[in-house]
Design a protein around this ligand. Sequence first.
Ligand code: FAD
Ligand code: SIN
Length: 534
Amino acid sequence: MKLLAGKPGWTAQADVIVIGSGVAGLTTALNIRSSGLSVLLVTKAKIDEGSTKWAQGGIAAALGPGDTPDQHKKDTLIAGAGLCDTAAVDVLVTEGPEAVRKLIARGAVFDKSETGEIALTREGGHLRNRILHAGGDATGAEVSRALLAAVQDDSGIQVIENALAIDVLQSSAGSVCGVTLHVIGAGSQDGVGRALARAVVIATGGLGQVYSQTTNPSVSTGDGVALALRAGAEVADVEFIQFHPTVLWRDTNVGGQQPLISEAVRGEGALLVNDKGERFMVGKHPQAELAPRDVVAKEIFTQMKESNSPHVWLDATELKEFATRFPTIYASCIENGIDPLTQMIPVAPASHYASGGVKVDLNGRTTIPGLYACGETACTGAHGANRLASNSLLEGLVFGARIAADITTNIPAQVQPQEESSTFLLSPAIQLPLQLAMSQGAGVMRSESSLNETLRTLEQLSTRTTKEQNIAAWEVSNLYLLAVAIVRSAKERKESRGSHWRSDFPDQLPAWQKRIIQRLDSSGHWHTTFDEVK
Ligand code: FAD
Ligand code: SIN
């Protein structure tokens, strides 16, 4: 099953294609180059677009005095609410410190303490200060800057910007051997084309745009997960959408990307209070405001419902260094008419991170030969039912390096793609109703009836097809597929766990100590299986 796309007008070739230029794609590309293989890196907008450059709080790694990978592991497992793959967590926390050191060697500069050591802060779910940060609250921008500089210095990495990967090309045996792309702009590669390669890595980031309000940028339409599904790959844990508890609430109906107020602000002492001015996290969890993200998001949601208010408050007025410690957040508060030094910040949860995605093994291999997935697109199992704060940039660094090592050792010969007819394309007009239906029925809190209602809306929207091929139509067709996958898994999981909260099944149940795996067959039928988690 593939999306409707024109006949390819041009062909490119490389040993490996990497789709996406965030931390995952850039790290993978750079590491592959150390073996001398050629890399074609395609990215659908400008090269620095994507969630990476927006990351605020930092990168978690056991680098501080007295900290150990084992303690990082414990915090990750607790946040993951019983569904983490412990082997993937072991890899993440033990290879994390070295991956961060390599990033520093590539030129990334992290904030230092007065004594010249790397400054470490704390975020929700961490029992120690272990978050490295840069530019106060501009960690992602620094990671992106450093990796992009390294990529631009490497003549063996060909970059095509404004190149949207539509679908993968597959041999008659199903192996992935390239992609169809749409490139905008003057030049020899314009319009629909195809690029052939011996391996393809999807690193297309998150899918926050499935919801009407998200911290994710507009490129986060989950294209990689959708194209992997259409290629027949398995996806896992997609019901676990993380809602960030403290997103700046603006008195508008503006949808799309919303300004984030980093968890590190709470890490430095800011407090959550309700409309009555009471701290409500105390007594709800031993870590109070710094409980794992799902716990805080749920409590905020409950407070909002009880007080019939669209937000709660974050009180950071005691943080005298706010403007210098959090310059990006300070500027965005001021831009929105709030001075955090003197006023409380209105905050509400918004969709932030997909803990699930394309199911991969410890080397980033999907269930389709030749196809790898890395970063937020992938589901390594390291996050379980709820990702621990600042483990995502780390995952891109660690698994990007592992994928590169696997490709370098095991890269197959080039195979030829088979022709596949493509028919499916939805109208961009369905984007807003789709996002609203997902926020309404499959958001922070779900139930059988809300999910059924959302599914009904999605079914109606699926009849609004189009023959007009453009970026908005390809993206919305991807959003539709992901929305269906999320709702199907959320309906299936009849319990509450991590970031999946069912009002009709409020308890976490031992019988659900398993992951939900979905795949689409070539006729577009869904198949669901389960993986026990030990
Ligand atoms: P991205 O950085 O999103 O990159 C995806 C790339 O794929 C982009 O280049 C995009 O243009 C491209 N792309 C997408 N679709 C296509 C297509 N069809 N064809 C071609 N290219 C495509 N995590 C942390 O660990 N610490 C933090 O402090 C932190 N703060 C965050 C703050 C915000 C506001 C947000 C939104 C996220 C934050 N996260 C944080 C999460 C983290 O930033 C992301 O999970 C991580 O950056 C994802 O990296 P990635 O490389 O997988 O994807
Ligand atoms: C934040 O800074 O609160 C976001 C951190 C993350 O998503 O890991």
